[in-house]
Design a protein around this ligand. Sequence first.
Ligand SMILES: [Zn+2]
Length: 288
Amino acid sequence: MVDYGGVMVEPTLAQVRALIDELWPEAYAEAWDSVGLTAGDPTERVTSVLLAVDPVDDVIAEAEETGADVLLTHHPLLLRGITSVASDTLKGGQLTRLVRAGIAHIAAHTNADSQLGGVSDALIETLGVPVEGPLVQTAGAPDGVGIGRWGDREPTTVRALAETLAKVLPATVTGVRIAGDPDAEVRRVAVCGGAGDGLFDSVREVGADVYITSDLRHHPATEARDTAHRGAGLPHLIDISHWAAESLWLDRAAELLGEVAAQRGWNLRVRVSTRRTDAWTLRIAQED
Ligand SMILES: [Zn+2]
């Protein structure tokens, strides 16, 4: 801790933005992604940051209610092109609301996925699996930076791993689902925080026994299992809530941001959203 004689300074948005870029470099983001500053005046002083997975209405309301100056979300607010910011459009309305409340928005998306200690690290480390490497190394980035993670653990079963996930993840109505044999032995685990159905080739390449990711749709899941059956039956699949999986990163990101801000003598309060932004609200149980 640097001694600033007890005097804490209020950083500018530009300084906070630069620190976020140091911690989760925008250069590590995928080419299709949209990360960094979406809204806000870089010259303004800021004293509080709210971290969340999704920049949805409920989270924007929380930022307003808690007096946040910066909303840092994992998912971008603007990913696809818009031609209007009129307040009667979805994105225009959200942007207008942020601007009126004087709240800046920053996204740390695939740069936070790729960075060491990022979103997939938070997920795999929750399961006690030491990380061997990424599923796909990010070109031009240091070794180990990339999308997804894999590693080896003491033998367990797909079912036991899924039950652990059900305990450590925040509860959602979709819960935890298995495709494959629940009683199969698992040593090598691959994960991808977020929608990871584009990474099956890499998962097979590292020889993972199980692949944990989110938003597995019917066709990618059935094709992955049919492909598995042509070999050793691997990988078995565990599907978890996209929001729940990525929310695991928020606490460690907030802690890191808060620590470095304090080292710099900044008066910056960093909080994690308490809102659940999983889309699903009810599951009707069916009889067999
Ligand atoms: Zn995501």
